[in-house]
Design a binder for this molecule. Sequence first.
Ligand code: CS2
Ligand code: MG
Length: 402
Amino acid sequence: MKITNIKVIVTCPDRNFVTVKIETDAGIYGIGDATLNGRELSVASYLKDHVAPCLIGKEAGRIEDIWQYLYRGCYWRRGAVTMTAIAAIDTALWDIKAKAANMPLYELLGGKSRDGVMVYGHANGRDISETTDEVAKYLDLGYKAIRAQTGIPGLSSTYGVSKDKMYYEPADGDLPTENIWSTSKYINHIPKLFDHLRDKFGFDIHLLHDAHHRLTPQEAAKVGKSLEPYNLFWLEDTVPAENQEAFRMIRQHTTTPLAVGEVFNSIWDCKKLIEEGLIDYIRSTVVHAGGISHLKKIFEFASLHHVRSGSHGATDLSPVCMGAALHLDTAIYNFGVQEYMRHTEKTDAVFPHAYTFKDGYLYPGDTPGHGVDIDEKLAAKYPYERAYLPVNRLEDGSMFNW
Ligand code: CS2
Ligand code: MG
């Protein structure tokens, strides 16, 4: 089965998505997500201009070989753009292989290790009482795990807090908007949120929180300690993780479980974190970490070190990524939780999918392949619209991490 054509489809059904469609001479096609929030067209060009010409005529079944060809063969290894492009090709090839075998993808990945994939949703509000109302809404929908974020008194904007709630969209301007941040205000306020939530909802639900790379190791240790009484499922992205050693200090000072990895693009970004047991959950996902082939390696490596998966699943990862991730989540042994930020109706219509939500769990479905398709005619109705994530400054005007 030879690759005959590769399409790169850019569409904006409420937000931008890049999708690769690989066609074969057997009439079977596969699709993969190639969306890199705020840098979508760079990946589209990488695929159209540099990857597609090399793959026409190649054997579609040689997934590992094609992965290595794109990784080693470009000479310039890794990086978000390269690894997102490789991920899209890899996902589409796994989709083709599973369709050709007439099996849902999880069967090719080792079969089911679990019946359903526990997901967490985002409860965010401008203050503690609004966040509490949002948590209650997710509980009504059956969620077992909920991430809680709240506005910080004295700050006009805070990451994770938006107007559109269920369909949270952080890329909010055709040029980057500017947020203001104060770590000291955050550190004083955040335990109050979880104190209130535990008081109101008890300890039977899983609560998560994302610090979005805004702390130093010392501050992270302090936040982790202050949240210990509230028994969080995890505390996410405390410090930027370019410096993996930084997690040693956090680890020594708190038993709050630590999660990191949504911006990682290869096993080399988390090797030390995993092998030294510095984290509890690795959050890399299919679209940004080299596809099914590479993410499976990361998760298997993590399983040797008591680290579980917790894949990124924000709105900017398309339903194609979600579908593929659910098959991997279903098959691996050391699954932890899957993030699930819902897509809008318009997005869901462009990407018809087999996965379904019930009572806090997602199910990948039994359609051959990863179970997600693209309606190209509908996709063509929504041309690309430039959109950026915000940037972030401290109160004195200096640049900070968003
Ligand atoms: C967030 C994301 O889902 C998360 O945990 O950190 O909203 C992230 O900021 C976006 O996906 C960035 O594209
Ligand atoms: Mg995050």
